[in-house]
Design a protein around this ligand. Structure first.
Ligand SMILES: CC(C)(COP(=O)(O)OP(=O)(O)OC[C@H]1O[C@@H](n2cnc3c(N)ncnc32)[C@H](O)[C@@H]1OP(=O)(O)O)[C@@H](O)C(=O)NCCC(=O)NCCS
Length: 201
């Protein structure tokens, strides 16, 4: 039994192990080509090449996946990272320094598996991981609001901290968000809910 496990209908949401890396990479690459109009960009997406080295090995980083049977259908990654400036404003880098900021990346769910609560469950698990990992003081992310579903999804979970949109649809229309780190009481309640959903051996 693991503390980072939750069943949602026929799906499981869990912390990724080495057996999930290939499937997680496929979800990410497919998202770049099917949901974003620019495909894989090495300068932005370098982490996807070595998910094991970037997310599974470092103690303060993590990768969460949603699975249906053996197939990975969703991903969410956490790593200690500040927003980059440029292109993002300097004030955000000062507010969210790399050492104390858990930045969320690669929150993707395959189209045919959306609206089952998988992304929300993965982000909730990532929040609990951050709460239990020493040194983090904030959970930060940014998103391109031109992508279908991205803005309403984040507004359902996170608090806007900076609106970088300029209204030009040919450029990124980025909004920056923060998600509160759960208190230990909230973490304990979430843990009880998880234990209730884990089948007895
Ligand atoms: C954004 C994304 C990750 C959401 O995944 P998901 O598993 O479908 O999201 P959930 O089912 O957990 O949704 C949770 C809540 O977010 C909101 N939401 C999610 N997608 C939405 C959409 N397309 N339209 C309106 N609200 C939406 C709803 O409030 C939803 O709750 P509800 O279904 O009970 O109404 C998915 O649409 C996706 O992969 N998009 C492409 C990649 C992307 O833009 N990722 C985010 C930026 S990195």
């Amino acid at each position: 039994m693991t503390e980072y496990f939750r069943a949602i209908g026929d799906y499981d949401v869990r912390m990724a192990g080495p057996q999930h890396v290939e499937g997680a990479r496929r979800v990410m690459l497919d998202t770049f080509y099917r949901d974003f109009d620019y495909g894989y960009q090495p300068a932005w997406h370098w982490d996807v090449i070595d998910l094991d080295g970037v997310y599974l090995r470092p103690a303060r980083h993590a990768l969460f996946v949603a699975t249906l049977g053996e197939e990975v259908v969703g991903t969410t990654a956490v790593r200690a990272a500040a927003p980059k400036s440029p292109p993002h404003p300097r004030e955000l880098v000062e507010r969210y320094p790399a050492e104390s900021t858990a930045q969320l990346f690669r929150v993707y769910v395959r189209r045919e598996h959306r609206r089952h609560g998988l992304a929300r469950a993965m982000v909730e698990m990532a929040r609990r991981f951050v709460a239990r990992t020493p040194g983090y003081e904030a959970i930060y992310l940014h998103t391109d609001t031109r992508v279908d579903g991205a803005e309403p999804f984040w507004r359902s979970l996170a608090v806007e901290v900076y609106d970088g949109r300029d209204g030009d649809p040919s450029r990124f229309q980025t909004v920056h968000f923060e998600i509160p780190i759960p208190s230990w009481e909230e973490d304990l309640l979430a843990e009880q809910r998880v234990l209730e959903t884990v089948p007895m051996a």
